[in-house]
Design a protein around this ligand. Structure first.
Ligand code: GDP
Length: 726
C-alpha cells in the first residue's frame, strides 16, 4: 500500500481536502503519546493509497508539538509521497513549508487550493512555470468546490521520483551545508541527508540529540557554522529562514501576478472592519452569543433546543419508555429487583443525561455555523488581547465558551490550541465554567436559601471565570506552563457561506461522542448508584431498603462526611451533601435529584427542586450554601467530562493532575469562604481551621503575586513571526 502524507499550513483547507479525498472512511485517533489528532483513510475508490493527514504546520522546526509530530512521521516513517496543500490566496507564506518538504527526499505533489478564491481575486498563478521551478507536479484545486480533484487523484496514483532540494541557498551557505553533509556521512539516510544537514546547521536540538554526534564531528560542524555566522553576521537559523523567503519571492516574481486593484478591500475586509472594531467587537459578540444560547437553551417559546430536551425528559423518558418498559417487564413477570434496576437505575440515569442531547445538538450546530463561516477565528482574535493578560491565548476562549453549554465539547474544543502548555492549561480550567447541568444546583439554592435571587446565577459565572483567571496567573508562574502564550498566528479566513454537509458532519461528530460517553460511563455508574441507593444492611443482611437513611449510600456518605467538616458541612446535612456531591460526578444534575431523594424521599423532583426548598433552607445556612455551591462548581467534573480530559490529555499523569487540581481548588476555596466568611459574620468560631484557611489564603496570594519562573522562552517569537510571513 502506498502512503501519502497530507501536509499544509493550518487553515489551508487540509481537512476539507482530506474529507473530499477519503469520504467517510476515516480512522481517527491520536498520535502516539501526544494529544494531537491523527486521521487516516483510503483514497476514495482506490484502496491501494492510504492518505495520512498530518497536523497543520507552518514549518518543520521543532517548536510546536504539531511540528514535531509531523516531521517525525515524515523523516522516520518515510511516507511514499507528500501531498502538500497550500492556500492559493496566501501562496508566499505557504511555500515556506514547501521548500522544507522538498528537502526530505520524498516525492512531493503540490496542490494549490482555493482556486475559486484566487480566480475571484483576479490574481494569476502560472502553474506550469511554478511546477518547472519547483520540480514537482503542481495542481490547482478547490477542495470546497471539488475542483481539480480528479487530476489530483490521478497524479497521486503515479509513481514520481523524489525532487532534488530546491536551489534555495546562496553558494556560501550551500558550501557549508555540503561540508556538514560529508560530516554526517552514513549516519543519516542518503535521501534525507540534505534535510539533516540544514537542521544541524540550524542547531536544531532534537535532531542533534537524535544524531548524537561524536566530539570530532561536533567540532567540525561548529567550525563551519561559526565561520558562516560570523561572515554573514546573523545566526544560522535566521540565515536559513531569510534565504528561504528570498527564494520564494524570486520564484513567485516570475509566475505569480497580482491584479492591480483600485481598492484592496474585499467584502470580507469590510465586514471585519465592523466585526473586529475596537468598540463594536464585544457588543456584537455578546449579541450573537445571546442569540445562540436563546435558541439552544433559553426559555421554551423560542428555544428549539429546550423544546427538544423537554420532550425527551417529559415525554420520551418521562412517559413512553418507562411505561413501555413497565408493561413489558410486567408481562414478562420480572422480579421487583430487576424491574427497579431497569427503571430507577438505568432508564432514569441514562435518560437524565440523554435529555441534554437536543439542546447540545442545537448548540453544536450553531457553533459550527460560526466556525465554518469564519467568525470563530475572529472571536479568538478579539479575545486574544484580553486573555493574554492572564497568560492564556485568545484560542482558550472558545473552549470556555462552549463549556457553558457542556464541559465535554468544551474540553474537546481545546484541540484547536496549538501550543501544548496552553492547551493543557485550558483543559485544566475549562471545567470551572458552570455548564448547563450545574444550573439546577444553582437554581435549587437560589430558590431555597437566597429568595430566588438572579444574582446567584451571575455569581456562579463570576466564580467560574475568577477560577480560570486565577489559575491562569498562578499556573503560568510554574515552569511547566511558563512562557508567553504563542503569538497569535491564526489565519483569519475570508468569510464564506458554511456548507450544510460540513455543519452536519461536525455537529454529529461532537454530538455522537457526547452520546457515546453518556451511554457507557453513565450507564455503568447509574447501575452502581442504583445498587448503593436501593440496598442496605438491615437485620444483619444485605436487603433492598425503602428508607434512604438505611441505604449503603447513606452509610458511605456518613463514613466520609467528616472530610467536609472544615467546609461547614456538619450535622445531619453533612452526609446528604456528601452523597449529593459524589453522585454529581455521574452527571451534575444528579446533585439536585439526590437531594430530592434524600430530603423528601421523592423519586423525582422538578428541575430546581421546589418541593424541598423548606427542608434545604432549614439545613443550609447562607454561608454553608455558599460553601456547598462553590465546592460543587469547582470540584471534579462529571465522569463524561473526565473522560474527555483523559482523551485530550492522552496521558494518565496529566489527567490526574487536571482532576486533582480542580479538587484542591474546590476544597480550598470553599474552606476559605466558610471559615473566613464565618469569622467575619461571627457565625463560625475561631479554630484551627480558621488558621488553616488563613494560611491557604496567604499561599494563594503568594502564588498569585510572586515572581514566576523565567527561563528561556521555548518559542522564539521572532521565528514564529517570520514563519507566519509577518
Ligand atoms: P485546515 O485548517 O487546513 O484543516 O482547513 P479547513 O479544511 O478547515 O479549511 C479552512 C477554511 O477554508 C474552511 O472554512 C473551509 O471551508 C475553507 N476552504 C477550504 N477549501 C476551500 C476552497 O477550495 N475554497 C474556498 N473558498 N474555501 C475553502
Amino acid at each position: 500500500m502506498k502512503i501519502v502524507a497530507l501536509a499544509g499550513n493550518p487553515n489551508s483547507g487540509k481537512t476539507t481536502l482530506f474529507n473530499a479525498l477519503t469520504g467517510s472512511r476515516q480512522h481517527t485517533g491520536n498520535w502516539p503519546g501526544v494529544t494531537v489528532e491523527k486521521k487516516e483513510g483510503p483514497l476514495k475508490g482506490y484502496d491501494q493509497i492510504m492518505i495520512q493527514d498530518l497536523p497543520g504546520i507552518y514549518s518543520l522546526s521543532p517548536y510546536t508539538l504539531e511540528e514535531v509530530v509531523s516531521r517525525q512521521f515524515l523523516v522516520q516513517e518515510k511516507p511514499d509521497m507528500v501531498l502538500n496543500i497550500v492556500d492559493g490566496t496566501n501562496i508566499e507564506r505557504s511555500l515556506y513549508l514547501t521548500t522544507q518538504l522538498m528537502e526530505l527526499g520524498i516525492p512531493v505533489v503540490l496542490a494549490v487550493n482555493m482556486a475559486d478564491m484566487v480566480r475571484a481575486s483576479g490574481n494569476t498563478l502560472d502553474l506550469k512555470k511554478l511546477s518547472a521551478k519547483l520540480g514537482c507536479p503542481v495542481i490547482s484545486i478547490s477542495a470546497l468546490k471539488k475542483e481539480g480533484l480528479t487530476e489530483l487523484t490521478e497524479t497521486l496514483k503515479q509513481t514520481l521520483s523524489a525532487p532534488s532540494p530546491l536551489p534555495v541557498f546562496t553558494p556560501a551557505v550551500r558550501k557549508a551545508l555540503e561540508q556538514i553533509e560529508s560530516v554526517l556521512g552514513d549516519k543519516v539516510p542518503a535521501s534525507a541527508r540534505f534535510w539533516y544537514a540544514v537542521k544541524v546547521f540550524e542547531k536544531d536540538e532534537r535532531v542533534l540529540e537524535e544524531l548524537n554526534l561524536n566530539d570530532v564531528q561536533k567540532k567540525a560542524v561548529q567550525t563551519v557554522t561559526d565561520r558562516l555566522e560570523k561572515e554573514m553576521d546573523d545566526d544560522s537559523e535566521s540565515i536559513i529562514t531569510t534565504q528561504r523567503y528570498e527564494f520564494i519571492e524570486k520564484t513567485l516574481s516570475d509566475c505569480f501576478h497580482k491584479k492591480a486593484k483600485a481598492s484592496d478591500m474585499t467584502l470580507s475586509d469590510k465586514i471585519d472592519l465592523i466585526v473586529t472594531n475596537r468598540w463594536l467587537a464585544l457588543p456584537i459578540f455578546i449579541l450573537i452569543m445571546w442569540g445562540i444560547y436563546t435558541i439552544a437553551m433559553g426559555g421554551t417559546v423560542v428555544s428549539i433546543g429546550t423544546m427538544g430536551t423537554d420532550w425527551v425528559n417529559d415525554v420520551l423518558f418521562g412517559e413512553w419508555i418507562p411505561q413501555g418498559v413497565e408493561t413489558l417487564l410486567t408481562s414478562m413477570g420480572v422480579s421487583d429487583v430487576l424491574a427497579s434496576l431497569i427503571q430507577d437505575g438505568i432508564i432514569a440515569g441514562v435518560g437524565a443525561v440523554l435529555g441534554f442531547v437536543p439542546q447540545i445538538l442545537v448548540l453544536f450546530f450553531l457553533l459550527s455555523v460560526l466556525e465554518d463561516c469564519g467568525y470563530m477565528s475572529r472571536v479568538a482574535f478579539i479575545m486574544d488581547r484580553l486573555f493574554r493578560r492572564f497568560g492564556l491565548s485568545g484560542k482558550s476562549f472558545i473552549p470556555l465558551l462552549v463549556a457553558t453549554g457542556c464541559g465535554v465539547p468544551g474540553i474537546m474544543a481545546s484541540r484547536t490550541i496549538e501550543q501544548d502548555r496552553d492547551r493543557k492549561m485550558t483543559i485544566m480550567t475549562t471545567g470551572f465554567i458552570p455548564c448547563g447541568a450545574k444550573m439546577p444546583i444553582i437554581g435549587l439554592f437560589a430558590g431555597a436559601v437566597f429568595g430566588q435571587s438572579a444574582f446567584v446565577a451571575v455569581s456562579a459565572f463570576v466564580i467560574g471565570i475568577a477560577a480560570v483567571v486565577v489559575s491562569g496567573i498562578m499556573l503560568k508562574k510554574f515552569k511547566a506552563f511558563a512562557g508567553e502564550p504563542a503569538p497569535f498566528v491564526m489565519e483569519l479566513p475570508a468569510y464564506h457561506w458554511p456548507t450544510l454537509s460540513n455543519l452536519l458532519r461536525s455537529t454529529w461528530e461532537r454530538g455522537w461522542s457526547f452520546i457515546k460517553r453518556a451511554g457507557t460511563l453513565i450507564l455503568a455508574s447509574s447501575i452502581v448508584l442504583w445498587f448503593l441507593q436501593s440496598f442496605g444492611f438491615v437485620d444483619g443482611g444485605l436487603h433492598m431498603v425503602e428508607d434512604n437513611n438505611l441505604s449503603l449510600l447513606a452509610a458511605i456518605g456518613r463514613s466520609i462526611a467528616w472530610i467536609f467538616y472544615p467546609l461547614g458541612w456538619a450535622g445531619d446535612m453533612a452526609w446528604k451533601a456528601t452523597v449529593a456531591t459524589f453522585t454529581g460526578l455521574i452527571a451534575k444534575e444528579e446533585v439536585v435529584n439526590t437531594f430530592g431523594v434524600l430530603y423528601a424521599g421523592l423519586g423525582e423532583v422538578s428541575e430546581d427542586g421546589t418541593e424541598i426548598w423548606t427542608a434545604i433552607a432549614a439545613d443550609f445556612s447562607v454561608l454553608v450554601a455558599w460553601s456547598f455551591m462553590i465546592f460543587n462548581l469547582l470540584f471534579a467534573p462529571c465522569f463524561a467530562a473526565m473522560g474527555a480530559i483523559k482523551r485530550e490529555m492522552n496521558n494518565a499523569k496529566w489527567t490526574l493532575a487536571a482532576i486533582g487540581y480542580m479538587c484542591v481548588i474546590a476544597y480550598c476555596s470553599a474552606m476559605m469562604v466558610y471559615q473566613i466568611g464565618g469569622l467575619i459574620t461571627g457565625e463560625v468560631p475561631f479554630s484551627i481551621f480558621t488558621v488553616i484557611a488563613l494560611v491557604l489564603l496567604s499561599v494563594l496570594l503568594y502564588l498569585l503575586f510572586r515572581r514566576g519562573y523565567s527561563g528561556r522562552d521555548e518559542v522564539p517569537v521572532k521565528t514564529i513571526a517570520l514563519e507566519a510571513g509577518k
